[in-house]
Design a protein around this ligand. Structure first.
Ligand code: ADP
Ligand code: MG
Length: 444
C-alpha cells in the first residue's frame, strides 16, 4: 500500500528511535486519501502534532517522489483502523475530513486571532489581518504578508479564514503549490471550467507561500486572471510569502504590481518577550505545565522559528508523559541541545556563506574569492569559524572549499576569530546572532 511504502522510505531517513516512537504508530487510510491529500491516523494528539510538525513536509515530498503529486498531509487522531466520526476542532485536529466538499478550505481551527500573541514584531501584520477579516474587500486589497519561516504568516491567514467562515462567507485557503497542482490537474483533464468556477466564486481567497510562483509562468497567468476577476468583484485576496513581492524572482511584472496594489506588511522575528508570551500561550492552550525558568531557557536558546519552539514543547511534554515525571530544566536543556545538534547536521557551508554575506553586506562570490580587502577577509574568517562550529567540515575540507593551498590558512582564520571573541563582547554577540540565523534557515 502506498502509504506504508512511504513510511518505509521515511524510516530510512530518520533516527530509528523516532521511527519506533512515532512513525510506527501511524496508520494510512487508503480510502480517505486522494492524490492531493494523504490521510494518516495517529493514536493521540501529541503524536499527530509531532509527526505533522517534524515530518509533514518530508512525507509530502516522499509522496511527490513516488506519484508526481505533492499531497497535503493530514494526520488525524484516531485509535486503530476503524473509521468513526471524530469530533473536530480540538487544538490538535490537523485538518477537517478530506471528503468535505470545500476541500481547499482546510483551516486549522486553533489558528485564530485569539490564539495569536501580538508583540511589536508582528503587530502591524496582525492589525492589518484583523482589519481585512472584519471588512473583507473594502480596505486593503490585496493584503500581502511576508516574513521568515515559522513567524506566524499561515496562522494569520487561517485566522482570517476562520473569522469569516463563522460569518458564513465563502473562504478558500490554498497554498500556492496546491493551487498549482489543481491547476495542472484540471488542465490535463480538460476541466478548467470547474477550476475557474471554484476559485472565482469565493468571497475571500487566502493564498499561502506565494513565493513558489517564481518562474511558474502558466500558473502566474492563471492566477493573474483569478486575481483580476476577484479583485474586480470586490472580493478579498490575502497572500503570504517569505519575501517582499519585489524580491520574488521570475514574477511577471503585471502580477507583481497587482500584489503591491493593496497593503504590504512584514512580520519580524519575535523579541524575547514575545517568544516567552507565545510559549506560555501554547502551553496554556495545550494544557502543558512548564516552569518559568524552562520557558525562559527555551525562548533564549532556540532560534526564532515558532514552529520549532512548538516542536520542543510538544517533545518535552510527550517525554514527560511517557516517563510520568515533571519536566526539569536539565531535561529541557538536553532536548534543546539535541534539537540544535540535529539541525546542524543539515547545515552546509553554502548556507553559512549565504547568511554571512547578507548580514555583512558582501557578495557570496567575494567571500569565496581571494580578495584581501579587510571587510571580505573578515567575512571569510567568520564563515570559516561558523563552518567549523556548525558543520562537520574538517580544516582541510574547508581549505578545499575556499581554494586555499592547505589548512594552515583555515587554522589562522580560526585563531584570529577566537582572539576577537575573547576581547570583543559585541563581536561575540554578532557571531552568536549569525549562528542563530544560520540554524534558523536550515530548519525548513
Ligand atoms: P509561517 O507560515 O510564517 O512559516 P506559521 O504561521 O505556520 O508560520 O507558524 C508556525 C507556528 O508558530 C504555528 O503553530 C503558529 O501557531 C505559531 N505562531 C507563530 N507566531 C505566533 C504568534 N504570534 N502567536 C501564537 N502562535 C504563533
Ligand atoms: Mg506558512
Amino acid at each position: 500500500m502506498l502509504g506504508q511504502q512511504i513510511l518505509q522510505l521515511l524510516k530510512q531517513e530518520i533516527p530509528q528511535i523516532e521511527y519506533e516512537r512515532y512513525i510506527r504508530q501511524l496508520r494510512y487510510d487508503e480510502e480517505a486519501s486522494r492524490s492531493d491529500i494523504a490521510v494518516f491516523y495517529a493514536p493521540n494528539p501529541l503524536i499527530s502534532k509531532w509527526v505533522k510538525t517534524r515530518y509533514g513536509e518530508k512525507l509530502s515530498h516522499l509522496f511527490e517522489l513516488k506519484t508526481g503529486i505533492k499531497p497535503q498531509i493530514s494526520i488525524e487522531v484516531k485509535n486503530g483502523r476503524k473509521k468513526a466520526a471524530e469530533p473536530k476542532g480540538g487544538e490538535f485536529s490537523e485538518a477537517p475530513s478530506p471528503k468535505s466538499p470545500t476541500k481547499s478550505t482546510i483551516l486549522n481551527p486553533s489558528y485564530t486571532f485569539d490564539s495569536f500573541v501580538v508583540g511589536s514584531s508582528n503587530q502591524f501584520a496582525y492589525t492589518a489581518a484583523l482589519r481585512v477579516a472584519e471588512k473583507p474587500g473594502e480596505q486593503y486589497n490585496p493584503l500581502f504578508i511576508y516574513g521568515g519561516a515559522g513567524l506566524g504568516k499561515t496562522h494569520l491567514l487561517h485566522a482570517i479564514g476562520n473569522f469569516n467562515l463563522e460569518r458564513g462567507r465563502q473562504v478558500i485557503f490554498t497554498s500556492l503549490e496546491q493551487f498549482m497542482n489543481q491547476f495542472t490537474h484540471h488542465l490535463r483533464n480538460h476541466t478548467m471550467d470547474r477550476f475557474r468556477d471554484k476559485f472565482r466564486s469565493c468571497d475571500i481567497l487566502l493564498l499561502d507561500d506565494i513565493q513558489f510562483l517564481s518562474r511558474k509562468e502558466e500558473t502566474q497567468k492563471e492566477l493573474f486572471h483569478t486575481f483580476n476577476e476577484l479583485h474586480g468583484a470586490g472580493k478579498q485576496i490575502v497572500m503570504t510569502s517569505d519575501q517582499h513581492p519585489k524580491k520574488i524572482a521570475g514574477l511577471e511584472e503585471r502580477l507583481r504590481s497587482r500584489f503591491e496594489w493593496g497593503l504590504i506588511v512584514d512580520i519580524q522575528p519575535p523579541e524575547l518577550e514575545t517568544k516567552i508570551a507565545i510559549i506560555k500561550k501554547k502551553c496554556e492552550l495545550n494544557g502543558i505545565q512548564i516552569d518559568n525558568d524552562i520557558v525562559n531557557y527555551i525562548a533564549a536558546n532556540m532560534g526564532n522559528n515558532i514552529r520549532e519552539i512548538e516542536g520542543i514543547i510538544i517533545q518535552l511534554n510527550a517525554f514527560a508523559n511517557m516517563m510520568n515525571q515533571n519536566i526539569t530544566l536539565e531535561f529541557a536543556k538536553n532536548v534543546v541541545k539535541n534539537q540544535l545538534k540535529e539541525r546542524s547536521e543539515n547545515i552546509t557551508i553554502d548556507d553559512i556563506v549565504k547568511v554571512v554575506s547578507k548580514e555583512l553586506n558582501v557578495k557570496p562570490s567575494e567571500i569565496k574569492s581571494k580578495s584581501r580587502s579587510r571587510k571580505i577577509v573578515e567575512a571569510r574568517r567568520i564563515v570559516i569559524y561558523l563552518a567549523r562550529s556548525l558543520t562537520p567540515n574538517s580544516m582541510p575540507s574547508l581549505a578545499q572549499y575556499f581554494g586555499m593551498k592547505d589548512h594552515t590558512a583555515v587554522s589562522h582564520a580560526m585563531k584570529k576569530i577566537n582572539e576577537m571573541l575573547d576581547r570583543d563582547e559585541t563581536f561575540k554577540a554578532k557571531i552568536e546572532e549569525l549562528g542563530h540565523k544560520i540554524t534558523a534557515i536550515t530548519v525548513e
